[in-house]
Write a protein of this length. Structure first.
Length: 94
């Protein structure tokens, strides 16, 4: 019985790590696609880089809010909610 619980816990932790990395990947993909998108849409590099600013500002501001939520509700509740929201948004928009 204990072995099954450990496997389930490991699977849940790995799934949570995967979802967190998937969310971060959406932000870090900008640099890898820079040349292709700039060439396709004939944008300047500055215009393309400016498009990343709202994401970076949201991540910076969100860290403060998430930190306060973790203090009030606990890390498990906040991270579980975040994984559900990210998974739902990926299913909705991908």
């Amino acid at each position: 019985m204990n072995r099954i619980n450990n496997r389930a816990t490991l699977a849940a932790v790995l799934l949570g790590c995967f979802m967190c990395q998937a969310g971060l990947g959406c932000g870090y993909i900008f640099g890898a696609l820079l040349k292709h998108i700039v060439a396709e849409f004939e944008w300047s590099r500055a215009a393309f880089s400016l498009s990343a600013a709202p994401l970076l500002l949201a991540m910076g501001g969100g860290q403060v809010l998430v930190g306060q939520m973790v203090e009030r509700a606990g890390a498990r509740a906040v991270l579980s909610s975040a994984v559900l929201l990210l998974g739902g948004s990926l299913m909705l928009f991908c």
